[in-house]
Design a protein around this ligand. Structure first.
Ligand code: SAM
Length: 316
């Protein structure tokens, strides 16, 4: 199987409000979520599927083949505003983001995402970007590596691991990286540390956090009034950005008030708590275990007096 969709029913249930609306799946992958969105859609609905990975697009194209309601686009969802034609700006009913990598990407050793399999230090989600894990591992300074592992991997042993990597340079494979990490981390912690180091590298290679921030900000402007965003995250750094943006309209989590004390924010969360997978789902699909789903809708600024600043200032 290419990829088993996580929280599929919950995501699609919260996404599709108008069967004949326009929907964007910004992380098409194997098309698992997309297939269910199409099922819920009527004959006049439209689905735009985006992925930066040509493998994913090839697979999804076969799966969704011939459905006239589907348009596939290769690109980074961070540039949503540029990828989507102007006629849909401001009319999208729902945007789905199921972040991170697919099982297909992890399981393919040549992509370099897995610390369990030997492969090149690549970790690019697609061929649109040039930075690879190899450039980071072999060229970043000690301080840059240490801070990267600490910030993006939340790894406490980041300094020792960075030193070990520098001593083992040059490095070409995930196996060599694994060895350098294992040399300085006690055996019982190695899998957790490896997961954190690989996560940090993947985030850096693919500019994951800056692209997420960009898609959240740009995505709001693409939505119709009350249009929804449904985001599935897999680690706390992504989830925090999403939570803060939905609650406060910024990534720092600072409430912004207007003159009358009303919150100024672009979106309203659909529910207070996050949705997480059931025990049955995680038992069946261990990759779902860290998933958190958040959903919000664009606030009608003119009716409520709330909403994002740009519109209150009379902008587009
Ligand atoms: C977790 S998988 C999505 C799986 C999909 N929901 C399914 O049901 O098969 C994430 C997919 O999003 C893509 N992706 C991640 N970040 C992206 C970005 N910034 N722009 C475009 N595609 C991205 C990855 O290449 C991968 O194929």
């Amino acid at each position: 199987m290419y990829h088993k969709p996580v929280l599929r029913d919950e995501a699609v249930h919260n996404l599709v409000t108008d069967p004949n609306g326009i929907y964007v799946d910004g992380t098409l992958g194997g098309g698992g979520h997309a297939a269910l969105i199409l099922k819920k859609m009527g004959p006049d609905g439209r689905l735009i599927g985006i992925d930066q990975d040509q493998d994913a697009l090839n697979f999804a194209e076969k799966r969704l083949a011939g459905d006239p309601r589907v348009t596939l686009v290769k690109g980074n969802f961070g540039y949503l505003d540029v990828l989507l034609s102007r006629d849909v700006h401001g009319s999208i009913h729902g945007i789905l983001l199921d972040l991170g990598v697919s099982s297909h990407q992890i399981d393919e050793p040549a992509r370099g995402f897995s610390f369990q399999k030997d492969g090149p230090l690549d970790m690019r989600m697609g061929d649109l970007q040039t930075l690879t894990a190899s450039a980071i591992i072999n060229e970043y300074s000690y301080e840059a590596l240490r801070d990267l592992f600490y910030l993006y991997g939340e790894e406490r042993e980041s300094a020792r691991i960075a030193r070990s990597i520098i001593a083992a340079r040059p490095m070409e494979t995930t196996g060599e990286l694994r060895k350098a990490v294992m040399e300085v981390v006690p055996e019982r912690f190695t899998n957790k540390s490896l997961a954190r180091i690989f996560q940090a590298l993947r985030i850096e290679v693919n500019s994951e956090l800056s692209m997420l921030k960009r898609v959240l900000e740009k995505g709001v402007d693409m939505l119709a009034d009350r249009g929804r965003m449904v985001v599935i995250t897999y680690h706390s750094l992504e989830d925090r950005l999403c939570k803060n943006f939905f609650r406060y309209g910024n990534f720092e989590g600072k409430p912004v008030k207007d003159f009358y004390g009303n919150d100024i924010r672009p979106m309203e969360s659909l529910f207070k708590r996050v949705i997480t997978p059931s025990e049955e789902e995680t038992a069946e699909n261990p990759r779902a275990r860290s998933a958190k789903l958040r959903a919000a809708y664009r606030i009608n600024d003119t009716a409520s007096g709330h909403g994002h600043k740009k519109n209150q200032d009379g902008g587009a």
